[in-house]
Design a protein around this ligand. Structure first.
Ligand code: FAD
Length: 506
């Protein structure tokens, strides 16, 4: 029998353990998987928001939903509520907000309601998300997206989770070890390269020299293999996405039965935004900002104002927005922060880990050279990063806020050309699925619709009004959605009540 092939994962954060567990499950023991992590270095331990893709990942790993919710202190996330992104708060407390829900707009027999909403009078029509999906009202009413006992990872409305990042990594660790991953605790001290520049082995404190067929770099921002050893170039995108620091803290609820929001609250400030995430026992709050536009003490003041007191300790986390154009070099592939990070908006960290690990599993060259998938993998990941940059930039560049950070964001010189082309087309028609190539995208055309129309972007269909003659049918559907929203808001349990029930093991 030929010797089993081996994969060595360096790093035991969310990226490392998710990668190890996923590959162990995918290869079902046919490939030996080892994970090395340094408890002294530890994990970054931030990132409390997910995207709905996490449900299929957890299901694939064979983790029960209620076990996950208990183990990771998770709550449900139905989307993101954006406060003050269009305008700064006005005199008299006038504020703008909109929701980006996960549920797709309601479609019927292939026909879209979007043009009919666009053709309504902007002064009197309801907000876009409220008009096209029931999730807006359900989430705003602090209701859960599902009922108790509805079945694992399923429910009437699309959802993801908020979770405790450290506890998620521990849960994934336990699952990976169950699935046969060999766990080594120790420090990587050196990397030996072959004559052709591939990794020959790594040296460790405590476990000697380790060899593998494929090395997966999950060492976080340290990028021990892909960066330090192999020198894959890091491409900063600071000229497009400006935020590069976060101040993060945890704030207890005022009372144990305080309602838990089932969306991330993202509130814009003069040079960035704050996240507010309702976990089970506390809120995770963070101030994200651009150091070129705001000093650290000003950001601390923004966070203090948001929280309403200063009885907490906050941690500062600097990051450089960008990614490595080559994420797979020779026999090494990077997953997680070692490959890149853009910013916390829209929770794309875990999404990118899922995308990478899914591709590694499928493209794994069973008996061929480890570098065989590199070109394809790199092209797909680079395209995915570029598309996420477009989507994130969309949130900023449509703002009419007056501060320098926001004016710089609206400067066409900072907007990727591909996004500018799409925005030009969307002046005349809404985003369509044909604008995007599925395998390169993390977000769907309707995610773009929610941001565009939440930010009051004008798609002018008036000159072609006659092309949309089914106004009466559309009006009827809008009314049905309103009716369903009211009923669903009554039928679905309060978010906190459902979480309490799951945690009580019912
Ligand atoms: P880490 O957690 O840093 O893990 C690195 C691992 O490598 C550790 O185990 C460390 O010990 C090990 N290591 C490093 N060097 C060595 C060595 N020499 N020897 C041995 N071991 C070593 N993502 C989301 O999906 N949603 C969010 O809401 C979100 N918010 C974020 C907010 C901020 C401010 C930041 C910075 C990130 C956020 N992310 C978010 C991204 C998310 O945190 C990461 O994608 C995720 O935690 C994965 O990190 P990682 O495993 O790559 O790195």
């Amino acid at each position: 029998m030929p010797e089993k092939r081996g994969i060595l994962v360096v790093g035991g954060g969310t990226a490392g353990w998710l990668t190890a567990a996923y590959l162990a499950r995918f290869f079902e023991g046919r490939i030996a998987i080892t994970l090395l992590e340094s408890p002294e270095i530890g994990i970054i331990g931030v990132g409390e928001g997910a995207f709905p893709t996490i449900r299929s990942t957890l299901k694939f790993l064979g983790i029960d939903e209620s076990h996950f919710i208990r183990a990771a202190s998770a709550t449900f996330k139905q989307g993101i509520r954006f406060n003050d992104w269009l305008h700064a708060p006005g005199p008299g407390g006038r504020r703008h907000h909109y929701l980006h829900p996960f549920e797709a707009p309601f479609y019927t027999e292939g026909a879209s309601l979007v043009p009919y909403w666009l053709l309504q009078d902007p002064a009197t029509r309801p907000p876009f998300a409220e008009a096209v999906t029931i999730q807006n009202r359900v989430a705003e009413a602090q209701r859960a997206p599902k009922r108790p006992g509805e079945g694992d990872y399923a429910g009437p409305l699309n959802y993801a989770y908020h979770f405790d990042a450290r506890r998620l990594a521990e849960l994934l660790e336990a699952r990976a070890v169950d699935l046969g991953v060999r766990h080594l605790r120790g420090l990587l001290t050196d990397v030996e390269l072959d004559a052709d520049g591939s990794i020959a082995a790594i040296r460790t404190a405590g476990h000697g020299r380790l060899e593998a067929d494929l090395y997966i770099d999950c060492s976080g921002f340290r990028a021990e293999l892909i960066g330090k050893a192999l020198g894959a170039r890091f491409q900063s995108v600071r000229h497009q996405l400006f935020t590069d620091r976060a101040l993060a803290c945890k704030i207890p609820y005022d009372r144990p039965d305080a309602p838990i929001e089932s969306f991330t609250v993202a509130t814009a400030h003069a040079a960035g935004w704050t996240w507010d995430i309702g976990l089970e026992g506390a809120r995770g709050i963070g101030c994200v900002y651009s150091s070129a536009h705001m000093a650290d003490d000003e950001a601390a003041a923004v966070l203090r104002d948001y929280v309403g007191h200063d009885r907490y300790s906050a941690r500062i986390i600097p990051f450089e927005p960008g990614y490595r154009a080559a994420q797979w070099v020779g026999n090494c592939v990077s997953v997680g922060l070692s490959g890149g990070f853009l910013e916390p908006l829209e929770s794309t960290g875990v999404v990118l880990i899922e995308a990478a690990v899914g591709m590694i599993a499928e493209l794994f060259p069973h008996n061929g050279p480890a570098e065989a998938p590199a070109a394809r993998f790199n092209a797909l990941m680079a395209a995915r990063y570029a598309n996420i940059i477009n989507f994130l930039k969309l949130h900023y560049c449509l703002s009419r806020r007056p501060e320098p950070f926001w004016r710089d964001n609206a400067d066409p010189a900072s907007i990727p050309a591909a996004l500018q082309e799409l925005l030009a087309q969307w002046r005349w028609r809404p985003p369509s699925r044909f604008d995007f190539t599925l395998d390169l995208e993390s977000f769907a055309f309707f995610n773009y619709q929610y941001i565009l129309y939440g930010m009051e972007f004008g798609t002018d269909l008036a000159p072609g009004r006659g092309d949309f003659p089914n106004v009466a049918a559309a009006e009827k559907l809008f009314a049905r959605i309103r009716g369903f929203s009211e009923r669903a808001t009554e039928d679905l349990p309060a978010h906190r009540a459902l979480i309490r029930e799951i945690n009580a093991g019912r």
